[in-house]
Design a protein around this ligand. Structure first.
Ligand code: AMP
Length: 218
């Protein structure tokens, strides 16, 4: 199977979700966010959701078994025919190994692993102010990106906004710890395969997108 397959890696609050949404439109491929899938399961109170909820609220990682099950189902979706951007997966070595197996089974090849690199000090401030549209999911920020008309979503006109339960300072610190301990060790693995491209995530959203597009070409 041909197509474009990208992994977006980076710390919580580093802008992976924002960039994945933009790249989804640019390459016409699906954004597969395990965080979004888990939040949907929590909201729907499914068995997976009930198991994941407390772990997510504490900022730790949900078990590899659960995450692999939901992502492997999702990869078979029709919208994945042209490829996908993985946003927030893999996050452990076991998940990376399983991903390799899944990709091979579906005759897909990984094009690039993009690391959006942001210093820890910036992340807490970024995360603490973020919120999103309850209807279309567009992301906003109290300081950096308010809707053009206060209280109204720029994209769908909805007036309902939500904040994530795990976007508070205490949970952010443990999410960061999980990132450094369990996820960052995957970066050298992808570097050794020649797939890793490092992007400065401290720049503006537009500049980060532009740099990712440039990195996709080399
Ligand atoms: P995110 O939206 O990517 O920041 O993920 C939110 C939370 O969902 C994380 O803090 C984890 O608890 C859980 N989660 C999301 N993706 C994964 C994954 N690949 N492996 C384990 N836990 C995950």
């Amino acid at each position: 199977m041909n197509g474009v397959h990208i992994i977006l890696m980076g710390p919580p609050g580093g802008g992976k979700g924002t960039q994945a949404k933009l790249l989804q439109d640019r390459y016409n491929i699906a954004q597969l966010s395990t965080g979004d899938m888990l939040r949907a399961a929590v909201k729907a109170k499914t068995a997976v959701g009930l198991e994941a909820q407390t772990i997510m609220e504490s900022g730790r990682l949900v078990s590899d078994d659960i995450v692999i099950r939901i992502i492997s189902d999702r990869m078979k979706g029709e919208d994945c025919e042209k490829g996908f951007i993985l946003d927030g997966f893999p996050r452990t070595l076991v998940q990376a190994e399983m991903l390799e197996k899944l990709l091979a089974e579906q005759q897909r090849t990984l094009d690039k692993v993009i690391e959006v690199r942001v210093p820890d000090e910036m992340l807490v401030q970024r995360i603490a102010g973020r919120f999103s549209c309850a209807q279309c999911g567009a992301g906003y920020h109290d300081v950096f990106q308010q809707p053009r008309v206060k209280g109204v979503c720029d994209f769908c006109g909805s007036t309902r906004f939500i904040r994530r339960a795990d976007d508070n300072e205490k949970t952010v610190r443990s999410r960061l710890q999980a990132y450094h301990a369990q996820t960052a060790p995957l970066l050298p693995y992808y570097a050794s395969k020649g797939l890793l491209r490092i992007i400065d995530g401290a720049l503006s959203i537009e500049d980060v997108t532009e740099n990712i597009e440039k990195a996709m070409a080399v």
